[in-house]
Design a protein around this ligand. Structure first.
Ligand SMILES: [Zn+2]
Length: 251
């Protein structure tokens, strides 16, 4: 029996591990086991208790941050910001399973990230720019891993895009990106696996990331916008194409 969690959440079929972990953490907050203002146990303690990877914990934490239930203190981890789930913008789990809804979510992502790239170019600090370049390199290394590296590839892709939102210095950009990223991650992973299975491995994204990082480092917002738009358009085409072929539909 877990020492941190006094409740158990029934596993619901069709939900992901991170949905389930998010539900357990949310329940620990709403039932007052963690009071408002309380620091959460460390990521590794949570991972050990729930017997999941730290990646799953991080994803659940970022969803709860996007919901406004958790916030971060610099260098000290997450604390409870609110015990009430904030009603408001939400993407339902099943939305990403419909290609029509998915393409609309990807369109929303473009609106957010094209402007984030421009803001990162205009006002990102040196260290934020260095994080973007480092994330582009990490994505390149992960992309050599073939089938085995696919999870790492998706994580480092999201890390690159998150680093750009961080460089805007606007926490709302980061919060919305984290929400979208957590919503899309499983779908992106499914698309990548499908592409690899079909031997359609594309290295285009590596060069596209480096191009965006270079435009941001040059502090050129117009170029950064253009390159981010091109990358996200290509990414959407690649993702929707893989998923469509997985469903066996033409077009
Ligand atoms: Zn990307």
């Amino acid at each position: 029996m877990s020492t941190i969690f006094q409740t158990s959440v029934a596993l619901v079929q069709g939900t992901t591990l991170s949905d389930q972990v998010t539900a357990v953490l949310r329940q620990n907050i709403t039932n007052g086991i963690w009071d408002v203002g309380a620091m959460l146990p460390s990521e590794s303690a949570l991972a050990d208790n729930l017997d999941v990877s730290r990646t799953v914990i991080r994803e659940a934490l970022s969803r709860l941050k996007a919901e406004g239930m958790l916030a971060s203190r610099r260098g000290r981890g997450a604390f409870v910001a609110s015990n009430r789930p904030r009603a408001g913008f939400a993407i339902a789990e099943q939305d990403v399973e419909s290609l029509r809804n998915l393409s609309q979510i990807l369109e929303l992502r473009m609106g957010l990230e094209i402007e984030a790239a421009a803001l990162a170019a205009l006002r990102g600090k040196e260290d934020a720019h260095a994080n973007i370049a480092a994330a582009a390199n990490a994505f390149e290394r992960a992309s050599d891993g073939g089938m085995a590296g696919v999870t790492e590839g998706v994580s480092t892709d999201l890390r690159f895009h998150r680093a750009i939102c961080e460089a805007t210095g606007n926490d709302y950009y980061l919060g919305l990106f984290n929400y979208l990223g957590a919503s899309l991650k499983e779908t992106i992973l499914a698309g990548r696996l499908q592409a690899l299975k079909r031997g359609g491995e594309s290295h285009g994204a590596i060069a596209e990331h480096h191009g965006i990082a270079a435009a941001i480092a040059l502090r050129d917002p117009v170029l950064a916008r253009d390159r981010m738009r091109a990358h996200l358009e290509m990414s959407s085409v690649r993702l929707l194409g893989s998923l469509r072929s997985a469903e066996g539909c033409a077009s």
